[in-house]
Design a binder for this molecule. Sequence first.
Ligand code: MCN
Length: 810
Amino acid sequence: MTATEVENEIGRDRRRKEDQRLITGRTRWTDNIVLPGMLHLAMVRSPFAHANITSIDTSAAKAAPNVVTVLTGSDFGEELGVCINAWPITPDQVTPGHSPMPSDRVAFAGEIVAVVVARSAAEARDAAELVDVEYDELPAALDLKKAAADETIAHPDLGTNKSAYWVFDSAEAGTGGSADEAIAKARTDGIVIEREYRQQRLIPAFMEPRSVVVDPTGEQYVMYSATQIPHIVRFALAATTGVPESKIRVIAPDVGGGFGGKLQVTPEEWIAWAVGRRLGKPVKYTETRSESLLSGHHGRDQWQKLTLSAEKDGTVTGFKVELLADLGAYVAIVGGGVPVLGAFMFNAIYKFPAYHFAVQTVLTNKTWTDAYRGAGRPEATYAIERIMDELAVEVGVDPLEIREKNWIKHEEFPFTTVCGLEYDTGNYEAATAKAKEMFGYDALRAEQQQRRDSGDPVQLGIGISTFTEMCGLAPSRVLGTLDYGAGGWEHANVRMTPLGKVEVVTGASAHGQGHETAFSQIVADRLGVPFEDVEVLHGDTQVAPRGLDTYGSRSLVVGGEAVVRAADKVIEKAKPIAAHLLEASIDDIDFAAGRFSVRGTDQGLGIAEIATAVFAAHNLPDGVEPTLDSDAAYDPVNFSFPHGTHLCAMEVDTETGALTMRKYVCVDDIGTIINPLIVAGQVHGGLVQGIAQALWEEAVYDDSGTLVSGSFVDYLLPTAADTITFDIDHTTSPSTTNSLGTKGVGEAGTIASTPAVVNAVVDAVRHFGVNDIQMPCTPERVWRAIRTGGKGGATTEAAMPHFEAEGEGA
Ligand code: MCN
């Protein structure tokens, strides 16, 4: 391949390098790892949501075939470590102690009380059934609103379920006016819309269940884990167990998805680590799918109370958001911070002059919650995009018109929002115009009217979501102001091998996103080498010692930029060597398409030739190191702000409540696209995940705190057969926060699609008096809403309790 042929890797539909090994079964998942003498673990879990442990009899289990030992929390001391919360959102946050294996009291059904160690996984599981645990059941705090009112206490020693109260007020922050004043004024001469929305609890369901292998037999403790965050796991292990980081190696081999669900330092990892160290033998634990649903962290679970004020023409004057967020039994690694991330997104693409946000995080006796694809931003987008539709109805205009009246115009960028964030670029007009055209908006509106007029039993609804999000979880200083426990930089190393190939080491830790391919494209373009000559290494703290891993759609905008900078340093390092070898002045050397050339001549050397010359080191300039190897760490000054317009057409059978999606169009602006094929995959997967929240998925507990939706029979994870073909396209306003002009895409589809779908469903049946249907919009809920003229759809739970500030806000 010639240099010119590799010029434009960026923007090219490259098939993913990693897929060869993934889809031909040649990869090695954590559960495939077999080490000499390896033992297997099975967890004994509490069937009760809240109970004192009165006794644990392990004798029968210990006597079972091939069982090596059975251990409980009291068999361990500090070596067990503690599960950490890395984001206390207020200084006075109430944070229950979280042992990976408590010995006195369990706080959710599924919590681990003992671990069985056996020679095979099956024998360990069988023996786990023989562990006899006596419990003294305690009342469980299960309903979020009741828990917020401290009706039943999830952790009696704490005396309250209220964990933290976090506030942002634009008047106090100096970024806008007072939302309360705006609302009071609108009550007399404008419009006030008050709504309460439910964000149901969801369960991240990745393809590969969580799995961990610990090998304590070498000089280092080695942990293989199906995790998104090998660097953070290593840090947490060292910080809480006292073993130096240099003695810990964490490897995330190929990881089969995470969606935020593997952004956790899990009790199972802690226990495997402690058992491996205790016995001095390699151990493995792989969860069953039921354990995954039961005890891996859950997502969402909020009540949202919203008050929007506007002038009579629909110009928004203020927005007040009050949230209750269910933490579950413990404050997970970034659990409390999830609603805080959302706090900056409720104003979305709009120019609201006044904004107030308050969240009360609440402890309950359910599985702990934490990041799930979008983490706070889907919840915020849902709230604002649903209520903008309500405003349009009140004003009597098309919902796109109400959005256009309030959104930031493209010529107004960069724009500082009422939350104090600076949106660098965007063009909502362009994305919306393109989406409208692809959708056939006017024709579908006409058809909707015709169906209404004729009383067609199948009604048509059109749903809109003009979303934005902050992603590229990054600026360390900003994260510091929010008391987040880490920075947001990313690290890369780019090095040329003696034969002119390139190794790229990244601290990002892909688990399905295709970084090996996309980062190869970036480096191939930058260094002018063939795509095939670039190897991307990641996911092993020994190979990639520095990094902050993958979540928050950060890997390209932060990690990719670090790769660019490291590659540029390689070019800068090679340049004086090229000048020396070409016997020219460095000022006369140009670099393009992988070749250093002497300006005005046909003399030149390829970068691969320089790499070989550097390796030989026979003829280097004085004082030049014989390596073509550079590091870069990048910490951006701002987030990136993808946006887009999503339109959904939904047919609703008003006699049965059955829903049939007819069309889904999305036009996203994610800046420069590195690999359109990967992006399409990200958008498709993301859309399905968001649509699933709107229509199918919900973690349901019974009155005793047992997870009823504990298998895929009841937890309705969609398959490809449940979805339609989406029409996706893009507009481009390059980001200014990185040199490639990219914005993240990993969460965009999920964030945008949920409100587009629910807006479509509500729009189809609004003439029956319906203004909300609680998610998931099951046929039954839709049918009931139509029958009852449901204002607020199927909401059955108690009203939102009034909550007051009890702690310091931000
Ligand atoms: N990309 C691109 N051009 C852009 C933006 C992104 O080519 N303008 C490419 C990137 O190079 C990368 C992929 O798209 O290969 C996603 O990039 P990015 O938006 O940076 O997101 P991350 O790589 O940081 O991935 C995290 C994000 C999150 S937060 C969740 S949750 C999620 C997601 O990615 N979980 C996933 N996508 C997932 N995809 C799979 N298969 N599995 C998961 O668990």
